[in-house]
Design a protein around this ligand. Structure first.
Ligand code: NAD
Length: 283
């Protein structure tokens, strides 16, 4: 069965619109911070801005030159953190080389950190504390599994990729639901065999069509997080969809897979940040 992102987000978007009506006219606002003009960031920014405005949320872009100094960026970032009209902050990455990504992530106010990049929110994910924000992509994968009725408890799960944005937090979210996880990376021996022995395979390596049917056991669940261009320049995932689709029980396509759900999870986080901040101010 093919699970598309748009089927999942149709219901989620409806719930968000209902929730928005309970905010008595307050429209949550997301700051999108970008330094430089990375092509992937530009594409994500434009599709995300369109989707958030359809849901009814405000997005304010903050765009900086690719050669901005660390000091200037830090100063501008502090002003965004302190701006009371901003409910959530999304930092687009990769950052230009002169900006220290770890240091910048450490600047984000945890209550506005809707993509879970700050050390406080990372720690909460690792501690199983649900009061923080998990990275939207990792949470989107959990949303896909939930929507498809796949309970990861007791299942062998292979995650290809160990990035701080996807692989690692996802391993923690799945562990909380009692899955048995193997996190594969570039130094892992025989990724193919590990995947073939798994009931759920989640590909987040950033390698076009890496996962073919030799990686997949009959009836496995295949979730494709990757967003890449193939040799012809067309958008594709980390999974060779045509090769794997018949062998899998559930599979997400690219486009219209996890990426679509990620944006709705982001909208949900912005809404939650706005509600929490309003509660804090009225207490
Ligand atoms: P990253 O480059 O930070 O991490 C990639 C990880 O994959 C690394 O841990 C690396 O060790 C591992 N890896 C790479 N090649 C491998 C191989 N051949 N075998 C085993 N492991 C391998 O990337 P990221 O930010 O985690 O993103 C991964 C992919 O997901 C990219 O294609 C990115 O565009 C996509 N992405 C999608 C969404 C979404 O919403 N769908 C969001 C973020 C990223």
């Amino acid at each position: 069965m093919i699970i598309t992102g748009s089927e999942i987000t149709a219901a989620m978007d409806g719930r968000l619109k209902d929730e928005l009506r309970t905010l008595n006219g307050h429209v949550p606002q997301l700051a999108v911070v970008r330094a430089g003009k990375d092509a992937g960031s530009l594409a994500y920014e434009s599709s995300m801005m369109k989707r958030l405005s359809v849901i009814g949320l405000k997005v304010r872009p903050y765009t900086f030159a690719g050669d901005i100094s660390g000091a200037e960026f830090g100063k501008a970032f502090a002003a965004i953190n302190q701006d009371p009209s901003i409910d959530g902050i999304l930092l687009l990455r990769p950052l230009p080389a002169q900006l220290d990504e770890k240091a910048v992530c450490g600047l984000i106010d945890p209550v506005k950190d809707v993509d879970g990049l700050s050390p406080v929110n990372m720690a909460k994910v690792f501690m199983g504390d649900e009061s923080g924000f998990a990275p939207c992509t990792a949470e989107a994968v959990m949303e896909v599994l939930r929507w498809a009725g796949i309970n990861p408890a007791g299942k062998r799960v292979a995650i290809i990729g160990r990035s701080t944005l996807v692989g690692r937090p996802l391993a923690m979210l799945l562990l909380r639901q009692n899955a048995t996880i193997t996190v594969c990376h570039t130094q892992t021996a025989d990724v193919e065999k590990i995947c073939r022995n798994s009931e759920i395979v989640i590909a987040a390596a950033g390698r076009a069509k890496l996962v073919n049917k030799k990686f997949i056991a009959e009836g496995a669940v295949v979730i494709d997080v990757g967003i890449n261009a193939d040799q012809a320049g067309n958008l594709c995932g980390d999974v060779d969809f045509a090769d794997v689709v018949e062998k899998s029980s559930f599979i997400t396509p690219v486009p219209d897979g996890v990426g679509t759900v990620t944006i709705t999870v982001l909208a949900r986080h912005v809404m939650r940040a706005a509600v929490c901040r309003r509660r804090a101010f009225s207490a």
